[in-house]
Design a protein around this ligand. Structure first.
Ligand code: ATP
Length: 358
């Protein structure tokens, strides 16, 4: 039995906006799912429907084996951390953290112990008497997380909980979330725009676009075998290089990829069928080599070098395409010619019109 099951779930708002279009998703007990996708793709709506704050237009939500349509929000053993914290402004940090337990009439000792434990863990112990208005954005965000943890229900819903933190705090809170999940193993749906968060926290990543699930899988699969051009472009920094060209095959010869005036030899068994094709090569799948090897290398011009300290990004152009690669070595002078050899084992091919993986 899944902990949560969305079956053919759709949501159309009264103004006609179709936020979800036939979503099917099974989440296992204790699983951490990262929901990612561009703004407006329906991530928050999916969480709000699970929390019971919004009803679906059609389809079914099961929590365990119970149809959630018969459950009030308060009857669902879950809690949600909102992007805007949603703290009670008139209550102290202590009272905010205690709220969920008090509402469930837990004994005072248990409430005290849970609140102090969570406050300690999240570095809020010195702030328990303050009101949310007297806290920084990062502290408020931690109180919002603490409120979830003090009650620690079976299902945790988090909507971009780290979005307002600075880079350092964000990274330490990410570690903390990973640790909490390892310790408590709660079923978690985690919405984020941040691909690093999705990759490091999600056991599976659910990529959404325009109300639909485009791909669902473990991080390695999402990165290593993106189902569409959209997924390929969404993950990876710098973004994947996409080259629109033509696969050509002459009788009795291996196929070639034609890009403007250049041609690259392909291995027949890994090449797509002849015709227009979009070749995707991640920056680490292109190596700069010392000299031109016709048929094996692309000739490019170095436009710009970005020094990252431990490595350099080379921004190059080739037949009206822009490319980027990462290198540990010395960068050549800008304006010089750079020969790039693709790693065909790690090439991705997409249909230029539908964007689907070929
Ligand atoms: P973001 O990453 O920006 O938070 P999201 O993926 O969470 O976006 P949702 O908030 O789920 O997206 O919204 C999905 C779509 O539904 C959007 O087009 C949004 O404008 C629309 N929407 C959300 N709530 C309502 C509402 N109450 N009435 C009408 N449209 C709505």
């Amino acid at each position: 039995m899944s902990a949560v099951s969305f079956q053919n779930l759709s949501k159309t708002f009264p103004d006609g906006t179709r936020a979800l279009r036939g979503v099917d998703l099974e989440i296992a007990e204790g699983e951490f799912i990262a929901l990612v996708g561009p703004s407006g793709c329906g991530k928050t709506t999916l969480l709000r429907i699970l929390a019971g704050l919004e009803g679906p237009s059609s389809g079914t939500v099961l929590i365990g084996d119970t149809d959630a349509s018969g459950l009030e929000p308060g009857e669902r053993d879950l809690a949600m951390v909102f992007q805007n914290y949603a703290l009670f402004p008139h209550l102290s940090v202590f009272e905010n953290l205690a709220f969920g337990l008090r509402a469930r009439k837990r004994p005072k000792d248990e409430v005290d112990q849970a609140v102090r434990g969570v406050a300690d863990r999240l570095g809020l112990s010195g702030l328990l008497k303050r009101k949310p208005g007297e806290l920084s954005g990062g502290q408020r965000q931690r109180v919002a997380l603490g409120r979830l943890l003090s009650r620690n229900p079976a299902i945790h819903l988090l909507d971009e909980p780290l979005s307002n933190l600075d880079a350092n705090l964000r990274s330490s809170m990410r570690d903390e979330l990973a640790r909490l999940h390892r310790e408590h193993g709660r079923t978690t749906l985690y919405v984020t725009h941040d691909q690093v968060e999705a990759m490091t926290l999600g056991q599976r990543i659910c990529v959404m676009n325009e109300g639909e699930i485009v791909q669902l899988g473990p991080p390695s699969e999402i990165y290593g075998r993106p189902a569409t051009r959209f997924v390929a472009e969404f993950f990876g920094s710098p973004a994947i290089n996409l080259l629109a060209g033509q696969v050509a095959a002459e009788e009795g010869k291996d196929p070639r990829f034609l890009l403007g005036g250049q041609a690259l030899d392909l291995v027949a068994k890994t090449a797509p069928t002849p015709g227009p094709a979009l070749l995707g090569l991640r920056p680490e799948s292109l190596a700069a080599v010392p000299c031109s090897e016709p048929g094996s290398t692309l000739e490019t011009t170095l436009d710009r070098v970005e020094d990252l300290g431990d490595s350099r990004l080379l921004r190059l152009s080739c037949e009206s395409h822009e490319l980027v690669i990462r290198t540990d070595g010395e960068a050549p002078a800008t304006g010089s010619t750079v020969h790039l050899r693709p790693d065909w084992e790690r090439a991705h091919w997409f249909d230029p019109s539908s964007g689907a993986r070929i």
